[in-house]
Design a protein around this ligand. Structure first.
Ligand code: 5AD
Ligand code: SF4
Length: 404
């Protein structure tokens, strides 16, 4: 979501004739888009802002914008007191209205809309935000507080955005939202939105991020089965393998429900790759709870997992971390080892199979399951081709060449 917001902000600057630069010295404006999902992210944002003091001293006419979730949490007053050289603060709840901050600083824009430019993924992949905020309110999570409750963008607006990005050369779209599969706008459900998006000319592949296990409806599995352009990959955060912890987290599902969902979806789409998120050291997590997370890794066959140490996000005493830092680190290491071992197996299972690869260069692309794949030559950037997988190395599949 933050990457998508950053791209939109960059587009707003581009309309005014600005271009991106990697060199801070050259920058006439700097936007720090902040995250606060864990304390470490917030700390990083703060120290980044601190480091910009020097830039501002050397270039007093330069404008510094601090935006996003940490900006929302800390507030304009706090940030401007602490860092008087900050020009504008735009919290996550107002981030779609970033243009207002630009008008504040520079006056009304004269330029016309210019093509969107991808900043984070390959140039052929574009993000399309379909909802903002989250109403799920998992106990550990600050997102609903800083981004506000779920609100869904109208389908016409989403399709217009998608069409524009495809017309500008995108081949792959990633529909974005905190509980993206909870999408509902008027009569348009998530599956209907997927269908409409899949019908757009120029689209080669459709992904979405991140679904919540609770919100898939009955019509999703058949859609996945029938639509080859719908990626054979889901990033489906599990958070824990212990029912007791899942309940405390207010995730709304059990481990059995999650595993059963995987089974159903894999029955519909054989070879479906699933990656996930886990939190270790949730308050009160016992060794037994943690072992259930480890055994879930063995059972679920994840292609990849982001694993995080629990980071308290409120001052509620019952939400404080009560597992020692040492214990948390130890659990994290054990979990990472289990994930690594299992994802190796999943990767190796692809050897000998034929994968549909969307090429980014002549030699590199991504499979529908979101595995990186290399060939010696023959890929045509922006097109999908079949490749026989002949080996796997680290996190990358190797293929002989492109099949006719
Ligand atoms: N502590 C640690 N990890 C967290 N996440 C969200 N909130 C916290 C927290 N307080 C993780 C979840 C989520 C991912 C984006 O960040 O795993 O899926
Ligand atoms: Fe946070 Fe995701 Fe839970 Fe929403 S569904 S509260 S964004 S972890």
């Amino acid at each position: 979501m933050n990457e998508a917001d950053s791209e939109n902000i960059a587009a707003a600057f581009r309309r005014r004739g600005y271009a991106l630069t990697d060199e801070i010295k050259k920058a006439d404006a700097v936007v720090v888009n902040t995250c606060t999902v864990r304390q470490r992210a917030e700390d990083k944002a703060i120290s980044q802002i601190g480091r910009l003091r020097l830039w501002k001293e050397k270039k007093p006419e330069g404008k510094l914008f601090v935006v996003g979730c940490a900006a929302q949490k800390l507030g304009e007053k706090h940030l401007k007191n602490r860092f008087p050289f900050v020009d504008e603060v735009v919290g996550a709840k107002a981030i779609e209205n970033f243009e207002e901050a630009l008008i504040n600083q520079y006056g009304a824009a004269e330029g016309e809309t210019s093509a969107h430019q991808n900043m984070f993924r390959s140039p052929q992949t574009a993000y399309v935000t379909i909802m903002r905020g989250c109403s799920h309110k998992c106990s550990y999570c600050i997102v609903p507080a800083v981004r506000g409750p779920a609100s869904f963008i109208a389908p016409e607006e989403i399709l217009k955005d998608a069409r524009e990005k495809l017309a500008a050369g995108a081949k792959e779209l990633v529909l974005l939202g905190q509980t993206v599969n909870a999408y509902q706008s008027g009569k348009t459900t998530f599956s209907e939105l997927l269908k409409k998006t899949l019908a757009l000319p120029g689209l080669e592949r459709l992904r979405f991020m991140s679904p919540h296990p609770l919100y898939f409806k009955e019509d999703f599995a058949p859609l996945l089965a029938g639509e080859k352009k719908l990626a054979r990959h889901l990033h489906l955060p599990a958070q824990s393998g212990s029912d007791r912890v899942l309940k405390l987290m207010r995730r709304g599902y059990t481990r059995a429900f999650y595993l059963d969902l995987l089974k159903k979806l894999r029955a519909a789409a054989p070879g479906l790759a699933v990656s996930t998120d886990f939190i270790v050291g949730y308050p009160g997590e016992t060794e037994k709870d943690f072992k259930e997370t480890l055994s879930m890794v063995d059972e679920a066959g994840f292609s990849m997992a982001y694993c995080f140490k629990y980071s308290p996000r409120t001052d509620k005493p019952e939400m404080a971390a009560d597992i020692s830092e040492a214990e948390m680190s130890e659990r994290l290491e054990r979990l990472l080892a289990a994930v690594k071992k299992n994802s190796r197996v999943i990767l190796n299972e692809r050897i000998g199979k034929i994968e549909e690869v969307l090429f980014e260069s002549e030699t590199y692309g991504r499979t529908s399951g979101n595995f990186a794949l290399r060939v010696k030559a023959g890929g045509i950037p922006g097109t999908v081709a079949a490749v026989l997988v002949t080996g796997a190395e680290k996190n990358t599949l190797n293929g002989k060449g492109v099949l006719a």
